[in-house]
Design a protein around this ligand. Structure first.
Ligand SMILES: [Zn+2]
Length: 49
């Protein structure tokens, strides 16, 4: 199962759509690695709290 990302609000989720937009898989990453890791950290925090 792959996490998808809402391009509008930046949330990671499994749904095909969010905020009225299609979500897409964050692979391959096209962002700066710094930004990507920041988002992964935030996601991990939200997941493991
Ligand atoms: Zn969204």
């Amino acid at each position: 199962m792959m996490l998808k990302k809402c391009v509008k609000c930046g949330s990671y989720l499994l749904a095909d759509g969010h905020c009225g937009e299609k979500t897409r898989t964050p692979h391959p990453p096209k962002f700066s690695s710094e930004d990507r890791f920041g988002k992964y950290r935030r996601m991990a925090k939200a997941t493991y709290k």
